[in-house]
Design a protein around this ligand. Structure first.
Ligand SMILES: CC(=O)SCCNC(=O)CCNC(=O)[C@H](O)C(C)(C)COP(=O)(O)OP(=O)(O)OC[C@H]1O[C@@H](n2cnc3c(N)ncnc32)[C@H](O)[C@@H]1OP(=O)(O)O
Length: 176
């Protein structure tokens, strides 16, 4: 078969913005958004972003640390922004930022940030290669550059890579 160049796509083409209103059914007994509901919204926004990059069915392979620093009250408007940072073979890392807004008081704060990894699969669920991701802005390049280290860390933690193989990650700790 003739050699085929891997398709390239700008990461900005995968940008997704999703807005939700926190309703009573989304909250705990303190009338704050439940963490699991937040993760559900993050998973959806990030999956759409990975689908836009790959034009494929995608499955969530892993979720990096998600911290819940500030609670989000009933009636708040939650805005999620997701974008692919980098693709590897079949997998894509997606960065997601979450803001909560209280419209009556006019306050808006960033509440969460996380990295999700999705794998593009064919109709039988087998991983399939995705386009290369092209970072253009300073921030996109910063996220792209860190993605290899984060991939190695999650693969080591997931038991899919031996620590001594994680060369970029190790370099972070070689401080001499
Ligand atoms: C219970 C729940 O919530 S499930 C949520 C929904 N998610 C799912 O159902 C996914 C279930 N898992 C799967 O289908 C499979 O494990 C897959 C598709 C993710 C991986 O399939 P495998 O047969 O292990 O594929 P393989 O070892 O070839 O890896 C494929 C890619 O997945 C990546 N990958 C696999 N596991 C992980 C992980 N834990 N974290 C990050 N990346 C991962 C690999 O690094 C590889 O990336 P690359 O192609 O870019 O190099």
């Amino acid at each position: 078969m003739p050699f085929q160049m891997r398709k390239q796509k700008p990461v900005k083409d995968s940008f997704v913005i999703m807005t939700e209103l926190v309703l009573p059914n989304d909250t705990n007994t303190l009338n704050n958004l439940m963490g699991g509901r937040m993760m559900h919204l993050m998973d959806i926004a990030a999956a759409i972003s990975a689908q836009k990059h790959s034009n494929r069915i995608v499955v969530t392979a892993s979720v990096d640390n998600v911290s819940f620093r500030d609670s989000i009250a009933l009636g708040s408007v939650v805005t999620l922004q997701a974008q692919v940072t980098r693709s590897f073979n079949s997998s894509m890392e997606v960065h997601i930022d979450v803001w909560a807004e209280d419209i009556p008081s006019g306050t808006k704060m960033k509440t969460n940030e996380a990295f999700f990894t999705f794998v593009a699969v064919d109709q039988t669920g087998r991983p399939i290669d995705v386009p290369e991701a092209v970072a253009e802005t300073e921030e996109e390049i910063r996220l792209y550059d860190g993605a290899l280290r984060r991939r190695q860390l999650r693969l080591v933690l997931g038991g899919r890579m031996k620590p001594h193989e994680a060369t970029e990650l190790k370099a972070l700790f070689d401080l001499e």
